[in-house]
Design a protein around this ligand. Structure first.
Ligand SMILES: [Zn+2]
Length: 262
């Protein structure tokens, strides 16, 4: 599977690179979409940076699941107790994933204290074995946020553990075909997208799903999540000959292509 075909599999026209975007024709959308699992440190990141890809996969006949490793409860504004805010985050995630047609699950660690170790990696590996996604999307490692960085490393090891036949667990081994990293304003260091997904059919629905989160509506801090991510999708659309798009970065290990000739 080359880059064009696996991004097509992901659920939309794929372009070979951002530089080639304007000239490249969208791939024909005739493949059968599989299952995507988005694995995020905090539910808001999951919906804002990975939710449109999940929604698009469902729209095209595939399936999607969002796994969050915390409730993001410590992002609570001063006016809302942390536990109460955590419940609000959980409710928002259930409503948002229902709206876009994705499943949701939580492996709950305390926000800001998500540990990177064999225990957390094995629990995520078990979730991958249970859900059997062909594609996993998670945080890029170029981030200032320790939860995001730990999530990145957890997923790296979890994909390995999930596919290890000789590691007996509750569910049989499952090999993830591709891993992508999502575009996140907090994970921007050395993020170089190489895969674009046309999200125009689900753009409005995805914005509605994000709107369940107080953070999206500007009620928890200074950052304008709504303006940033809704505009980012338009900008990425401009670069990929789509109206709106999400840009993803593939794992360097999966970029090699085997060609008979150029
Ligand atoms: Zn976060």
């Amino acid at each position: 599977m080359n880059r064009r075909s696996f991004a097509q599999f992901l659920g939309g026209p794929a372009l070979l690179s951002s530089a080639a975007a304007a000239a490249a024709a969208p791939a024909p959308a005739n493949s059968t979409p599989g299952k995507i699992m988005a694995i995020t440190a905090h539910p808001g990141d999951g919906l804002f940076t990975m939710g449109a890809a999940l929604a698009n996969q469902v729209e095209r006949g595939g399936t999607a699941v969002l796994l969050s490793l915390s409730l993001g409860e410590k992002g609570a504004p001063k006016s809302i107790p942390v536990n109460e805010y955590g419940e609000m985050q959980k409710t928002a995630t259930q409503k948002a994933t229902n709206l876009i047609g994705a499943q949701n699950m939580f492996i709950l660690y305390p926000d800001a204290e998500i540990p990177f170790n064999d225990e957390s990696s094995m629990r995520v590996a078990d979730a991958i074995r249970e859900h059997k996604p062909e594609i996993v999307i998670t945080h890029w490692k170029g981030t200032w946020h320790k939860d995001h960085q730990n999530c990145h490393m957890i997923v790296h090891d979890a994909v390995f553990y999930a596919g290890l036949d000789t590691l007996p667990r509750k569910y049989p081994a499952h090999t993830v075909s591709k891993v992508f990293f999502a575009e996140n304003w907090e994970d921007a260091e050395n993020f170089v997208p190489d895969t674009y997904v046309d999200i125009e059919p689900v753009y409005r629905k995805w914005l509605q799903a994000c709107d369940f989160y107080p953070m999206w509506r500007g009620q928890t801090g200074f950052f304008r999540y709504n303006d940033y991510y809704s505009s980012l999708a338009v900008m990425r659309g401009c670069l990929s000959a789509c109206k709106t798009a999400v840009a993803l970065m593939s794992d360097t290990a999966q970029r090699a292509q085997h060609l008979q000739s150029l």
